[in-house]
Design a protein around this ligand. Structure first.
Ligand code: PRX
Length: 638
C-alpha cells in the first residue's frame, strides 16, 4: 500500500479496495462466456464471432491494419438493418418483443415486436425515400426516447444513409454545429418530448437550428404519439462493406466536437458479440439499458447490439423520479428484465434517495447488472449489487468510449472474480496496457496511461472531415498504439482500474494522483452520497485538493462533518490526500450525459471565471457552487 515516491510515475495509485466477489458456480455453469474464451487466438475469435452476422456476400479478409486506419471483414456485403430486424422475422421471431416502450406519462406504453419493428422501419424508410434520401444522403436525427428514434436510425441504415443522432437535451446551437459539420441534408425530429411532466420543444429547437444550417433542406417531424402514417411497403436497398453507418459527436467539453466515424460489418460483429457475452443474454432475456439513445451506449447497446441478437429491450422515455423516485423499480417489476445497464451517476442518485424506493418493488428478475460511463466508486458498486441485485447478481463494470464503439475492458459474468471499482479484464483479444511517460509498460500496481495496441472490429474509422485531428488525438503519442486519454492501473491479478481522464490528474506535493481514488474514499463515508475532487494551485504543495461533496438525504455540511471527512480520507488513503477544502453542495455540475465536469470544478477551486458551461445539464448548479466555493476560500484566508 501507500504511494510510490518516484516522480517518474505518470500517475500514482492508492489502492484502497480489497473486497472480492467470486462468480456463483450456478451462474458460471449456464454463462455464455466460458473460461476457454480467453484462450482463443485473435483471428480465431473474430472469425467465429462473425458467424453472428448474416452477410450477403462473405468476407475474404478478416482485417487490414494500416495504422491508424483499420478495415474489418474485407469484401463483406451486409445490411445492418437486415441483421437487426428482417432476419429475425424470417427466422420465426416475428412476434417476439423487440422493445417494451414506456412513456413518461405513466399509462403511455407500447410493445413493439420484431414484425412490427420491420413494418415501421420499412414505412419510415419509404417516407425518407420520398423525401429524396438515398444511399449517401447525410441525415441528422434530433429526438427524445421514443420508439421512432431507433426506427429512424434503422430506416437510415436500410437506405444506406449515414446519420448522426444529436441528444434531445442539446440546444439549437449545438444541433446546428453538428448539422453543419456533417453537412446533413435532412433532419428528423419530433414535435415535443416529455421531461418531468414538462414538454420539451424539440421541433422549436430544431427550427432555430435550421436557421443556421444551410445544408439541411428538409425536416421530417414525427408526432410523439406515433400517429398513423400511410405508406406502402417496398424496399430492397442494400448497403455495402465498411460503409459509413453513423457519426456520433463526442461530448467534448471544450474543443469543437469530433464527429466519430463508425462503419457497418466490424461494428455490428463487435457490438453483438460483446452484448452476448458481457450481459449473458439469453433468448428469453428482457434487457434494459437505461442510457439515452443519443449517446454511444444507446447506439451500441440499445439499438444495434441487442437488435442484432434479437433481444427484447426496454426503452423508457422519462426521468427516474417522475412521478416519484421509485419509477425505475416499478418498470423493473412490470417488465421483469433480467439485465439492467446504467451509469454510476444514476446509481449514486438512487443511493442518495435511499434504498427504500427499490425495496417497495419486486426486483427478483434481475440476473446481471452493468455500469458504464465513469469509474464506479466501490461504495456505489456494492450498493448496486446489494440493493438492486439482491446481493446475488454480478455487476459488470464496462469500460469503453464513443471511439471504441464496443466495450473493451469488462468482467465476463460467471468467469471473472469481481472487484468493486475495477473494470477487471480486457475483453478477449483486446490488447490493453498501461504505459508510463516513456511508453514503457508499467508493472503491476503502478498507474499510467491506458493504451490499446491492436485494432478491434468496432473501432472508430476516423474523425469526420479531419484526418489530421484523428492522427493527432489518438495515434501520435506512441507508434501504432491507440491513446485512450484515460489513466489506469493494473493490479497483481492483471485487473484494470480506471483512473479517469488524464487531464483530471492532480499533482500534490509531487504526487500525481487521480481524482477518482479520493472521490471513492469520500463516498465510502456513510454520510456521503457523491463527491468530486479538483486541484487548485497552492504555493506550498503545487496543487491542493478541493473536494465537492453532496451529503445523503439532502443534509447541509457542518464544520464537524468537514473535519470528519478529512480524517476519513486521511485514514483510508493517507494524510497527504486529505482535501485542503471541502465545499458542501446539494448538486454537482454534470454534463448532459451525467459525467461530472471537473474542468468547471477546477475553475471554481481557483476562483476563476467559469469556462464554457453550455454542455452542462443544469447551469444554475455551478453558479451556486461558485458562490459556496468563494465562501469556503474566504474562510480559509481569515
Ligand atoms: O473516461 C472514460 C469514461 O468515459 C469515457 C468515454 O466517454 P464517452 O465517449 O462519452 O462514452 C461513454 C460510454 C461508453 C472514457 O474515456 N468511462 C466510460 N466507461 C467507464 C469509464 N471510466 C471508468 N470506468 C468505466 N466503466
Amino acid at each position: 500500500m501507500g504511494v510510490q515516491k518516484s516522480t517518474e510515475k505518470a500517475i500514482e495509485t492508492l489502492q484502497v479496495e480489497k473486497r472480492r466477489y467470486q462468480p456463483d458456480p450456478e451462474f458460471s455453469k449456464q454463462a455464455n462466456a466460458q473460461p476457454d474464451i480467453y484462450r482463443k487466438g485473435f483471428d480465431e475469435f473474430w472469425t467465429e464471432a462473425a458467424k453472428r452476422i448474416t452477410f450477403f456476400e462473405p468476407w475474404t479478409g478478416l482485417y487490414e491494419w494500416k495504422p491508424p486506419y483499420a478495415k474489418w471483414y474485407i469484401g463483406a456485403k451486409l445490411n445492418v438493418c437486415y441483421n437487426c430486424v428482417d432476419r429475425h422475422v424470417e427466422s420465426g421471431l416475428k412476434d417476439k418483443v423487440a422493445y417494451f416502450w414506456e412513456g413518461e406519462p405513466e399509462d403511455d406504453r407500447r410493445e413493439i415486436t420484431f414484425g412490427q419493428l420491420q413494418r415501421e422501419v420499412v414505412r419510415f424508410a419509404n417516407g425518407l425515400k420520398k423525401l429524396g434520401v438515398k444511399k449517401g444522403t447525410h441525415v441528422g436525427i434530433y429526438m427524445g426516447m421514443v420508439p421512432e428514434l431507433p426506427i429512424a436510425m434503422l430506416a437510415c441504415t436500410r437506405l444506406g444513409a449515414p446519420f448522426t443522432v444529436v441528444f434531445g437535451g442539446f440546444s439549437g446551437e449545438a444541433l446546428s454545429d453538428r448539422m453543419n459539420d456533417m453537412q446533413c441534408e435532412l433532419m428528423i425530429t419530433q414535435d415535443e418530448g416529455w421531461r418531468r411532466g414538462n414538454r420539451v420543444p424539440l421541433k422549436a429547437n430544431a427550427d432555430s437550428a435550421l436557421a443556421d444550417s444551410p445544408t439541411v433542406k428538409q425536416c421530417l417531424v414525427v408526432k410523439r404519439t406515433g400517429g398513423d402514417v400511410q405508406m406502402h411497403p417496398g424496399r430492397d436497398l442494400w448497403a455495402h462493406d465498411e460503409d459509413l453507418l453513423y457519426l456520433l459527436y463526442t461530448s467534448g467539453t471544450t474543443a469543437k466536437p469530433k464527429g466519430i466515424i463508425h462503419t457497418t460489418a466490424g461494428y455490428l460483429v463487435g457490438v453483438s458479440t460483446t452484448h452476448h457475452y458481457i450481459f449473458d443474454v439469453k433468448p428469453n432475456s428482457v434487457y434494459w439499458c437505461a442510457a439515452d439513445i443519443g449517446w454511444v451506449t444507446g447506439h451500441s447497446y440499445i439499438v444495434f447490439g441487442p437488435l442484432a441478437n434479437a433481444t427484447t429491450g426496454i426503452i423508457y422515455e422519462g426521468t427516474p423520479d417522475f412521478p416519484d423516485k421509485d419509477r425505475w423499480w416499478k418498470i423493473v417489476e412490470r417488465y421483469r428484465p433480467d439485465i439492467l445497464y446504467t451509469a454510476p451517476t444514476t446509481i449514486r442518485t438512487h443511493m442518495k434517495w435511499g434504498p427504500e424506493y427499490a425495496q417497495k418493488h419486486d426486483l427478483s428478475s434481475l440476473r446481471v447488472l452493468g455500469s458504464v460511463g465513469e469509474p464506479i466508486n466501490p461504495e456505489a458498486w456494492v450498493w448496486y449489487r446489494e440493493h438492486i441485485g439482491g446481493n446475488r447478481t454480478p455487476v459488470v463494470d464496462t469500460w469503453w468510449q464513443t471511439e471504441t464503439g464496443m466495450i473493451l475492458i469488462t468482467p465476463l459474468p460467471g468467469i471473472t472474480t469481481l472487484k468493486p471499482g475495477s473494470a477487471t479484464q480486457p475483453f478477449p483479444t483486446i490488447d490493453a496496457a498501461v504505459f508510463n511517460n516513456q511508453g514503457e509498460t508499467v508493472p503491476p500496481g503502478g498507474g499510467g496511461y491506458l493504451v490499446i495496441r491492436k485494432p478491434w472490429p468496432a473501432m472508430l474509422r476516423g474523425i469526420y472531415g479531419d484526418p489530421e485531428r484523428y492522427q493527432q488525438t489518438y495515434w501520435n503519442r506512441w507508434k501504432d498504439t491507440y491513446f485512450v486519454g484515460d489513466g489506469a492501473r493494473v493490479d497483481e491479478d492483471g485487473d484494470f482500474w480506471l483512473l479517469g481522464r488524464v487531464d483530471d490528474v492532480m499533482n500534490v506535493s509531487g504526487h500525481r494522483i487521480s481524482t477518482i481514488e479520493i472521490e471513492s474514499a469520500l463516498v465510502s463515508h456513510p454520510a456521503v452520497a457523491e463527491a468530486a475532487v479538483a486541484g487548485r494551485n497552492d504555493r506550498q504543495t503545487g496543487q491542493a485538493i478541493v473536494a465537492f461533496v453532496t451529503l445523503k438525504g439532502g443534509k447541509e455540511g457542518s464544520p464537524t462533518m468537514l473535519k470528519e471527512l478529512r480524517e476519513h480520507v486521511g485514514k483510508v488513503i493517507g494524510k497527504f490526500a486529505a482535501p485542503a477544502n471541502i465545499v458542501f453542495t446539494p448538486e454537482l455540475p454534470k454534463t448532459r450525459s451525467g459525467k461530472i465536469m471537473r474542468r468547471l470544478l477546477r475553475d471554481v477551486s481557483e476562483n476563476r471565471p467559469l469556462g464554457d458551461t453550455t454542455t452542462l445539464a443544469d447551469p444554475a448548479v455551478v453558479a451556486e457552487l461558485a458562490r459556496r466555493g468563494k465562501e469556503e476560500s474566504s474562510k480559509e484566508e481569515s
